[in-house]
Write a new protein. Structure first.
Length: 325
């Protein structure tokens, strides 16, 4: 009997990542296709199915080689109906029946999940979580996403909105506006956008000096990476910004850890590429706000799978479904 694979799909607004993954979580093949948002997103699942067939053909395999298709999608999921909510950037009307559409297009059993939760499952299975069953993941990118895994299961919540770590209020008074409609969310200070905003605030102050000022003068703008690069060279203004970001992150993560006491908190996303300068600063704040049994047992770690976390986590959804049947 030839080896069976799972199709793991990470659906994004502009590109869709697809992979064939073994039941042990090993990546066999991974590739990307553009996401076609035209025609109210009617082609999205059809294009995915076609691409999967082409890749199988290329590898000399048939559709029978696949056990199912797991997908991470950029929006909250209604688990009862398999409907995705609020995915307007994909061209879909609110309440698109994604689960049914994916099963019809691929003729495979499908499972869908929110994309941040998929990344968390990927890190739990094959990444920094390293098989731990109680893991919290926070993704620091353009926004801040999260996933909370308790005893191997994603905490979904009554409306599919659990684990939205980015919308924990960390600045209760006078915070910046967030995309969710609130103010002072973690996302407004710990996303790449939030870090740049904080830096621009500091740079606008009278007497601001240092390397970031030079970069701003030379380039007309700065990036989150500039902030970390300058902090690494000891620049005081940049270090101050990293400390502020890490303070709020450590505060929010300690509150989550005091509630769930996970084995690991995995920090991923583009901003986490800053590495240990960020992790060490978060650790300091985390240690201050986590109470001692949690501080002694919950570890902070950098994500290790990068962009592959989503497709691996999506594949895990099918493995889990099979284990339950
Ligand atoms: Zn928010």
């Amino acid at each position: 009997m030839s080896e069976k694979w799972i199709a793991g799909i990470d659906l994004g607004g502009t590109t869709t990542k697809i992979a064939f993954v073994t039941l042990n979580g090993e990546l066999i093949e991974k590739w990307e296709i553009p996401t076609d948002n035209s025609n109210e997103g009617q082609n999205i699942t059809l294009n995915i199915a076609k691409s999967i067939d082409e890749k199988l053909h290329e590898l000399g395999k048939s559709r029978d080689s696949l056990l199912g298709a797991g997908m991470g999608a950029p929006g909250p999921v209604d688990y009862q109906t398999g409907v995705i909510l609020n995915a307007v950037n994909l061209g879909w009307q609110d309440h698109f029946p994604l689960h049914a559409s994916l099963e019809a297009a691929t003729s495979l059993p499908a499972v869908i999940e929110n994309d941040a939760n998929c990344a968390a499952l990927g890190e739990m299975w094959k990444g920094a979580g390293n098989g731990a069953k109680d893991v919290v993941c926070v993704t620091l990118g353009t926004g801040v996403g999260g996933g909370v895994i308790a005893n191997g299961n994603i905490v979904q919540g009554v409306n599919g909105a659990a684990g939205e770590i980015g919308h924990i209020t960390v600045v209760p008074f006078g915070g910046a506006p967030c995309n969710c409609g609130k103010t002072g969310c973690l996302e407004t200070v710990a996303s790449a956008t939030g870090i740049v905003r904080l830096a621009n605030e500091e740079l606008a102050k009278e007497g601001a000096s240092g390397r970031l000022v030079d970069i701003l003068t030379a380039n007309g703008s700065i990036t989150a990476k500039d902030v970390f690069d300058c902090a690494r060279t000891g620049d005081a203004l940049a270090k101050g910004i990293v400390d502020t970001v890490a303070f709020h992150l450590g505060f929010a993560l300690a509150a989550i850890a005091n509630t769930t006491n996970p084995e690991k908190i995995v920090i991923g996303g583009g901003v986490s590429k800053a590495g240990h300068i960020l992790l060490d600063a978060i650790h300091e704040s985390f240690a201050k706000f986590a109470f001692s049994p949690v501080r002694e047992s919950t570890q902070l770690a950098l994500a290790t799978l990068g962009n592959d976390a989503g497709v691996i986590g999506a594949a895990w959804l099918i493995k889990k479904k099979m284990d339950q049947e």
